[in-house]
Design a protein around this ligand. Structure first.
Ligand code: 5AD
Ligand code: SF4
Length: 449
C-alpha cells in the first residue's frame, strides 16, 4: 500500500557517462513508486544512492572520497541508508561490502528493480546486494523521472551493455552483454516527451550503431531504421545520438541524418588512436585508413557537420611514431572537440592480463599534453570557421557568465551565447555568430525569414 505519511527522501549523486545519468532517472522512477521523493539535501535523506563509474582509476578514487562523506553523514544520522550502485558496485562488490561498513546496498546496473526488496532486507539487518548481470534487462517499460531542470532535453537509452571487448575497457565486464530495447517503447517515450514540450532528445547506448531489434518474423531493425522512425515523430524535435563506433557507423545512418533536418549534424566518433598498430592492440576492429574513410563519408554526405572524439595516450606498446600518427589523424579529422585521457590499466581487462603498462607515466603525460595543445588549436579554428554564419540554436538556459545572455547549442553541438532579448528557454532562435572563443560561439539573434 502507498505510504500516506510524509515522504521518505532520496538523495542521489551520479558519476560517469550519459548511460549512468539515464539509469539514475530509472532508479528515481522506481523509488518514487515506493513513496520516495528526491531531495538535493543530503542531510535530510533517509536513503543516499551513488551511481558510480569504473572507467578509469581516478573515477573510482573520486567515489571512495564521496563514501567518506556519506560515512560521516551516517554517523550523524544512523538511520540513513547508503547504497553504491552502477559500474563500481558491479566491479568491486566484495571490497565495498568488506571495506565500507557504512554501505548498506551494493547494486549492479542490471539489478535496479531489486532495490525495494533489498532495502527491506537491509531493515532486517542484512546487507542488500545484487550484482547479477542480465541478457535481457533494458528497463524499457519504466518511464524515467528526468533529472534535467529545463524540461527541454532528455536522454533515451536504446540499448545496454557492450560486446566489443576493446582490450583496455571495463564496460563489458560491468555492464554485461549488449541488448537492444524494444523500439515500440522507445518511440512511445519519444512521443510522450514531444507532447510534453521537450525539444531535444539524445538516443544513447555504449554503441548505438549496433542497435539491432529482431521482429516477430525474424526481420531486422537496425539503428538507421530507428533513427528514421524517431525523426518522423515531430519535425520540431531535435534528435541527437551517442556513442557511434567507427567500425559500425554505416552509410545508412549518415543518409538518415542527411534526410532529416531535425537530426543534429554532429557525430561523436571515438578514435582512441591514429596508429593502426595500436588500434589492433586495442582490439578496436578498424584501421587508421578505415577511420579516415568514415571521416570522408561524413564530410561528403553531411557538409558542415561537426565531429568530436575520444583519444587515449600511452596505451601499452605505444611508440613515439604511433603518437605522431594520432596527432596527424587529429589534423585530418579536424575535430571540433575531444575528450582526452591517459591510459589507465583496469584489472581483469585483456590489456591488464596480457600487456605490460609499459609507457612511463611521464611519457603518457607529455603525449597527453601535446594532444591537448593540438586539440585546443583545432577547437579554436573550428569555432572561428563559424564566425559570420547563422545557426538555429535551441535555448537551454541563462549563461553562466551573464544573466543578460542565454546559452544553447546549434545542430553541430557547439555552445552559442547571445543576448536574451525576448527569447525563452526551449525556443529555437536564429543566431548570427560574431565572435568565437575556443569553447563558445558568441552572437546575436537575427529574425527568422
Ligand atoms: N583508460 C583510459 N581511458 C579509457 N577509456 C576507456 N577505458 C579507458 C582506460 N582503461 C576512455 C576511452 C573511451 C572513453 C569513454 O573513456 O577513450 O572512449
Ligand atoms: Fe563509467 Fe563506463 Fe560505467 Fe559509463 S559505462 S559509468 S563510462 S564505467
Amino acid at each position: 500500500m502507498q505510504d500516506t505519511g510524509p515522504k521518505k527522501k532520496l538523495y542521489m549523486e551520479t558519476y560517469g557517462c550519459q548511460m549512468n545519468v539515464a539509469d539514475s532517472e530509472v532508479v528515481v522512477a522506481l523509488m518514487e513508486q515506493e513513496g520516495y521523493e528526491l531531495t538535493e539535501r543530503m542531510d535530510e535523506a533517509s536513503l543516499i544512492l551513488v551511481n558510480t563509474c569504473s572507467i578509469r582509476e581516478n573515477a573510482e578514487q573520486r567515489i571512495w572520497g564521496r563514501l567518506d562523506v556519506f560515512r560521516q553523514q551516517k554517523q550523524k544520522h544512523p538511520q540513513t541508508r547508503v547504497g553504491v550502485i552502477g559500474c563500481m558496485a558491479e566491479r568491486l562488490k566484495d571490497r565495498l561490502i568488506e571495506r565500507e561498513k557504512s554501505v548498506d546496498l551494493v547494486i549492479g546496473p542490471d539489478a535496479y528493480r531489486a532495490l525495494p526488496d533489498l532495502l527491506e532486507q537491509v531493515e532486517s539487518g542484512q546487507k542488500g546486494v545484487n550484482t547479477l548481470l542480465s541478457r535481457e534487462e533494458t528497463y524499457g517499460d519504466i518511464l524515467p523521472v528526468r533529472a534535467g531542470k529545463n524540461n527541454i532535453s532528455a536522454f533515451i537509452s536504446i540499448m545496454r551493455g557492450c560486446n566489443n571487448m576493446c582490450s583496455y575497457c571495463i564496460v563489458p565486464y560491468v555492464r554485461g552483454r549488449e541488448r537492444s530495447r524494444d523500439p515500440q517503447t522507445i518511440l512511445r517515450e519519444v512521443r510522450e516527451l514531444a507532447q510534453s514540450g521537450y525539444r531535444e532528445i539524445t538516443l544513447i547506448g555504449q554503441n548505438v550503431d549496433s542497435y539491432h531489434w529482431k521482429g516477430s518474423q525474424g526481420e531486422a531493425y537496425p539503428f538507421a531504421w530507428l533513427l528514421d522512425q524517431v525523426a518522423r515523430i515531430d519535425a520540431n524535435l531535435r534528435i541527437r545520438f551517442s556513442t557511434s563506433h567507427p567500425k559500425d557507423l554505416s552509410d545508412q545512418v549518415l543518409e538518415a541524418m542527411a534526410r532529416h533536418s531535425n537530426i543534429c549534424k554532429h557525430i561523436h566518433l571515438p578514435v582512441q588512436s591514429g596508429s593502426s598498430q595500436v588500434l589492433k592492440a586495442m582490439n578496436r576492429g578498424y584501421t587508421r585508413e578505415w577511420y579516415q574513410n568514415r571521416i570522408d563519408a561524413i564530410r561528403s554526405r553531411l557538409p558542415g557537420a561537426e565531429i568530436t572524439t575520444d583519444i587515449m595516450t600511452g596505451f601499452p606498446s605505444e611508440t613515439e611514431a604511433d603518437h605522431r600518427e594520432t596527432l596527424s589523424l587529429m589534423e585530418y579529422a579536424h575535430y571540433d572537440f575531444a575528450y582526452m585521457f591517459k591510459y589507465s590499466e583496469r584489472p581483469g581487462t585483456r590489456a591488464a592480463r596480457r600487456m605490460e603498462d609499459d609507457v612511463p607515466e611521464a611519457v603518457k603525460k607529455k603525449r597527453l599534453q601535446e594532444i591537448i595543445e593540438l586539440q585546443n588549436k583545432r577547437s579554436a579554428s573550428s569555432k572561428e570557421r563559424a564566425v559570420g554564419k547563422t545557426y538555429r540554436v535551441l535555448v537551454e538556459g541563462t549563461s553562466k557568465k551573464s544573466d543578460q545572455d542565454h546559452h544553447g547549442r546549434n545542430s553541430q553541438n557547439q555552445v552559442v551565447v547571445f543576448p536574451k532579448g525576448e527569447t525563452h528557454v526551449g525556443d529555437f532562435v536564429d543566431v548570427y555568430i560574431e565572435q568565437a572563443t575556443p569553447g563558445t560561439l558568441i552572437g546575436k539573434q537575427v529574425k527568422s525569414q
